[in-house]
Design a protein around this ligand. Structure first.
Ligand SMILES: [Zn+2]
Length: 740
């Protein structure tokens, strides 16, 4: 059974590894340790590692009790991480106030006395063959900012933003000196966290350094303040992006000049829910350093973020490994709780199936104590991952490329990017619930080749589409590509102002008669007038259903109209805004077609006059809006490599290994427990933890034929009937290996 192991066997082998540390030391690790300098870097084959840091590092404003991190011990951490099956260790070294190495620049916490945690860790790591990566905090250097208040980010009115350092000041020299100190210990690399310019108001930076740098680059002063009508504000956004980009490249070059084998990665914030205020773009900042690192964490971003972020990072850095950090705490990093094993398994296998390598973060107790239950569960989890190594790292099989327009993020999203993100996140959610393979395509570096990675590209309310982008979309469709366009795509200029005509009119095959003012829009598909039955599969005829989100009244020119778009009774109110905007009103009358289907060259453009994507992510998501989206995908791409039927809470990730002609279908079930009323912010309820592995049915159909299929888990019931595989799975992660 090659590398296939039952989960029970995996657990036994993990327990063995948890016994004496000597057992955890494999010959392979020892060989790796002595590898020649031309060996691949530590992350090339890494699947799982750990990050360990003292809890409270960011808190207490430097006024810690004497026992803070007193027992934070590099040798013990390395031993425990290795015993827990970590393949590398990211060790917390520098925070805002202190560092955990002998530094001439930054002090140690008093409780550490003469200890040097980094030295302890590097020496023990060398013995155990565990690469040590130094965590270095960049953005909140409270120690340096106390001595150099002139390095603080400044608002337009000149007021400092007290917790942020400006990356255009000599602060960068201190960072470089600090990195040089740590490099001298013989570490494998750095994890640098973070390069944000703030996560919301107040916005900077109007400091003297930025004023003169902007003047010299643009030959004009900085704009006086945030102004979305001002071309200079566009220059300011580019200036802020360039500032972070320059800083990241400067640090990467600096580290490589001192030690060409040392790696650099930055905690990245170019993805939703972050936006322009952070100072990062999706592609530009993802591609600095050796690989991109991001965070998941359903407590902050929702359960769908694991798959969203992994697919985003992969699409933003094609062909490169990418790292996602998760935490063992129930709510967040510092809460000193430990999630149930199943909860961590769900997140871990979602990320791995999408191609990530994953870092499990442990925040130690306040004094540095290591929680034995946490390490036992992490050890079991990482052991299972390593036993399943052969199942990961193959090419994703994707149907839908979700288009992301950074220009729309900035100039339509402005200070409320979440409204635009709902469309993008809804397209992703629909793909996950409907088991459609997906990835992302970015406006930042749009090429025909990027589009042609996908049989279908979806423009989820991409409001700003330049003539150049529209031309590349045209070439994609003419050569056989399929487009799905939603909402009010293509109807705004580069500054976010409405255009007289959509840049996508030729592709859509219709002109824009008007835009719906509200978001409570409805669709209806008649029993007889519907020219495309596949589009309405599962939808009741002559029934109006809410498709909440931005909508357009189109007048067809060359496109075939299907179904009807209806407004709501809000439109008949004397004061439409006076009626609660959070609650959609009932359907009223037909205002235009619901869907337009237009043939262009060898391809097809299917345009929704409304937004089934936005609706799917909204608080008024009805299943039918999502089914409509999925039906459109299936209409345009009727014969995918595999058609998957499974419960909506089971995510499917399909990968291809052409060398062995094997399609792998990862099935990962999200099985959260119900919750009670929250103590604050009712009705917003956090999801419950996953305690149990569920049992579920799934069916896989292979239109192109299938030779054989086998399950990884012994408990899975698998029946192959011709080109169909019927499954009953009794775990929250299963991999069906299908030979074609
Ligand atoms: Zn500045």
């Amino acid at each position: 059974m090659n590398s296939c192991v039952s989960s029970a066997a995996a657990r036994r082998s993990v327990l063995q590894r948890l016994l004496p540390i000597a057992i955890a030391l494999t010959t392979a690790a020892a060989i790796e340790m002595c590898a020649a300098t031309n060996a691949p870097p530590w992350f090339a084959r890494a699947l799982v590692g750990m990050e360990v840091g003292p809890t409270g590092a960011q808190f207490a404003g430097g006024k810690h009790a004497p026992d803070y991190a007193a027992n934070f011990n590099g040798r013990d951490i390395v031993r425990r991480a290795a015993a827990a099956n970590a393949e590398y260790l990211v060790l917390w070294v520098r925070d805002g106030e202190f560092t955990f190495h002998d530094s001439k620049l930054v002090p140690k916490p008093p409780g550490q006395r003469d200890r040097d945690v980094l030295r302890e860790a590097v020496e023990e790591g060398r013995k155990l063959g565990l690469p040590i990566i130094a965590y270095c905090q960049l953005q909140y250097p409270t120690y340096e900012l106390r001595k150099h208040p002139e390095w603080k980010v400044r608002q337009a009115n000149g007021e400092p933003i007290n917790h942020l350092a400006c990356f255009n000041t000599p602060y960068t020299n201190v960072v470089k000196a600090l990195l040089a100190e740590m490099l001298s210990y013989g570490i494998a690399g750095f994890h640098l966290d973070m390069v944000d310019q703030g996560f919301g108001p107040p916005i900077g930076c109007w400091c003297d350094h930025c004023q003169s740098l902007f003047q010299s680059e643009y030959g004009r002063p900085l704009p006086k303040d945030i102004n979305w009508e001002d071309e200079d504000w566009d220059r300011m956004l580019q200036f802020r992006y360039a500032t972070s980009d320059r800083f990241e490249k400067m640090l990467t070059d600096h580290v490589r000049s001192l030690d060409p084998r040392a790696t650099v990665d930055f905690n990245y914030h170019g993805n939703p829910p972050f936006s322009w205020e952070v100072g990062q773009k999706p592609l530009l900042h993802a591609n600095n350093g050796d690989f991109v690192t991001g965070e998941a964490g359903l407590w902050a971003f929702g359960a769908l973020t694991a798959s969203f972020n992994a697919a985003w990072y992969r699409s933003a850095t094609p062909g490169k490994p990418f790292q996602v950090a998760v935490q063992r705490g129930v709510r967040m990093y510092h809460d000193q709780t430990t999630r149930p094993l199943q909860d961590m398994r769900w997140e871990m296998f979602t990320l791995l199936a999408h191609g990530a390598f994953v870092t499990m973060i442990d925040k130690t107790a306040y004094d540095g104590w290591l929680d034995p239950v946490a390490y036992a569960r992490i050890g079991e989890l990482l052991g299972e991952v390593r036993a399943k190594r052969a199942q990961f790292g193959h090419q994703p099989v994707r149907e839908v490329g979700i288009y992301f327009s950074a220009r729309t993020r900035d100039w339509i999203g402005r200070d409320k990017p979440a409204t635009y993100y709902q469309s993008v996140q809804g397209a992703h959610k629909a793909c996950v619930y409907e088991h459609l393979g997906f990835g992302f395509v970015f406006d930042e570096a749009l090429t025909l080749d990027a589009l042609q990675q996908y049989p279908i590209v979806c423009l989820p309310n991409a409001a700003i589409v330049s003539e150049r982008e529209a031309e590349i979309f045209r070439r994609y469709v003419e050569s056989g590509g399929k487009l799905i366009i939603t909402g009010q795509s293509g109807q705004f200029d580069r500054m976010g102002k409405p255009l007289a005509a959509s840049t996508l009119e030729g592709l859509i095959g219709a002109t824009v008669k008007g835009r719906m003012a509200g978001s409570d829009n409805w669709m209806r598909f008649g029993a007889t007038s519907d020219a495309r039955p596949g589009l309405t599969t599962g939808l009741r005829a002559d029934w109006s259903f809410l498709v909440r989100g931005p909508a357009t009244i189109y007048h067809p020119t060359t496109a075939t109209p299907v179904g009807e778009l209806l407004d709501s009774h809000r439109a008949s109110l004397a004061n439409p805004e006076g009626y609660n905007p959070d609650w959609p009103l009932s359907a009223r009358q037909v205002v235009g077609p619901a869907v337009l289907i237009n043939s262009v060259g060898q391809g097809t453009v299917l345009t929704f006059a409304g937004s089934p994507d936005f609706a799917t992510a909204s608080e008024h998501h009805i299943v039918e809006a999502r089914k409509l989206f999925a039906n459109a995908v299936r209409l345009l791409h009727p014969n995918p490599r595999v058609r998957i039927t499974a419960p909506a809470n089971v995510e499917a990730v399909v990968t291809d290994d052409p060398a062995t002609r094997t399609l792998r279908v990862h099935l990962i079930a999200y099985n959260a427990t119900p919750q009670t009323t929250p103590a604050k912010d009712r009705p917003y309820v956090l999801p419950g933890l996953i305690e149990d592995a569920p049992m579920f049915r799934a069916t896989l159909d292979f239109p192109g034929g299938l030779k054989s299929a086998k399950a990884l888990n012994r408990t899975t019931q698998l029946k192959k009937r011709g080109q169909r595989v019927e499954l009953v799975v009794e775990d929250l992660h299963e991999v069906i290996q299908c030979r074609y």
